[in-house]
Design a protein around this ligand. Structure first.
Ligand SMILES: NC(=O)c1ccc[n+]([C@@H]2O[C@H](COP(=O)([O-])OP(=O)(O)OC[C@H]3O[C@@H](n4cnc5c(N)ncnc54)[C@H](OP(=O)(O)O)[C@@H]3O)[C@@H](O)[C@H]2O)c1
Length: 285
């Protein structure tokens, strides 16, 4: 059996990876989260990798609270950059394939066009900067790597969909940003994409989101429609939202990713976001 170290296994993607890969009999998952393996600790990472001799390391661990990253810069850098560095060093030494998950926040989002993998990165937040450093670390230290940039992810865990449904319990109207565009992506779709790449030597940087695009306000509207909620969405601009909830980290205005590398090098297709979200909502009701 091929052993796979999964870090951050209790997070949204970690859980999805478990759903997708436990059905595949050739893989044996070594699941870890902070108590079993803090990815910022190089000694512990090397120790586990030497013991397991993994076929692959799938790094689902990260500091994902974008606002907290602004105030806890060192923690963001330690988890989002040093962590992947440690895992990449371990992957290189043991010959493992390294999977790193990155983000649309590596782009500024100031141009009104879908980003391809080769487009110029320019993060505008601490989170985006730390994740970009993570990409560089993986490129510097891992021999065989896949970097998948995803966006607006939802799955088992805390996410925008659950926040909207919670607000719908007590409010007739919710205020949602209408001028930031991206692609909501179901963690199960990303996990399927990782499972597709896992046995291949098709290394590199991949944009990995569901297909299509929408604003947060459009997304909220669709969530309420699918969940049968009568809650109304009041769309506001980012500027207006910052006045209602000050202290937000900068978020890209237009960070729709083009899954160009998947299209160019594989026959894997992501579902359109409008097809993936009903699947997820069904798991909640
Ligand atoms: N969620 C999104 O919208 C989104 C968008 C773009 C990219 N991504 C990327 O996708 C990946 C997966 O995201 P996700 O939403 O599944 O994240 P998540 O739900 O926040 O899960 C991350 C997991 O990593 C754990 N963790 C934190 N620090 C760790 C450390 N030092 N060592 C080991 N584990 C640690 C967390 O534990 P605690 O909960 O105890 O901290 C949590 O269980 C991340 O790389 C993220 O940057 C996510």
């Amino acid at each position: 059996m091929k052993k796979i170290i999964v870090t951050g296994c209790n997070g949204q993607l970690g859980r999805a990876i478990n759903h997708v890969l436990t059905d595949q009999k050739e893989y044996d998952l070594v699941n870890t989260d902070v108590p079993e393996l803090d990815i910022t600790d190089i000694d512990k990472v090397m120790e586990l990798a030497r013991e397991v001799k993994p076929y692959a390391i799938i790094n689902c661990a990260a500091m994902t609270n974008v606002n907290a990253c602004e105030t806890e810069r060192d923690a963001a850098f330690r988890i989002n950059a040093i962590g992947p560095r440690n895992l990449s060093i371990a992957a290189a030494e043991t010959g493992a394939k390294m999977f790193q998950i990155s983000t649309d926040y590596v782009f500024s989002g100031s141009e009104n066009k879908r980003y391809r993998e080769y487009d110029r990165v320019n993060p505008m937040s601490v989170y985006g900067t730390s994740k970009l450093q993570g990409e560089y670390m993986v490129k510097d230290f891992a021999g065989k790597y896949f970097i998948l940039r995803t966006a607006w992810m939802y799955g088992e865990g805390n996410n925008f969909v659950k926040t909207m449904l919670r607000l719908a319990e007590t409010r007739d109207t919710v205020t949602v940003v209408k001028d930031q565009f991206g692609t909501p992506t179901y963690s199960m779709e990303l996990a399927r994409a990782i499972a597709y790449l896992l046995p291949t030597d098709n290394y590199g940087v991949f944009h990995a989101t569901c297909e299509g695009e929408c604003s947060w306000a459009d997304f909220a509207t669709e969530i309420f429609r699918l969940a049968g909620k009568s809650t109304k969405v009041q769309g506001v601009t980012t500027e207006e939202y910052d006045k209602i909830a000050p202290g937000q980290a900068h978020r890209p205005a237009f960070s729709v990713l083009d899954n160009y590398m998947f299209d160019m090098t594989t026959d894997f297709k992501f579902k359109p976001w409008e097809e993936a979200i009903p699947e997820y909502i069904k798991t909640l009701v």
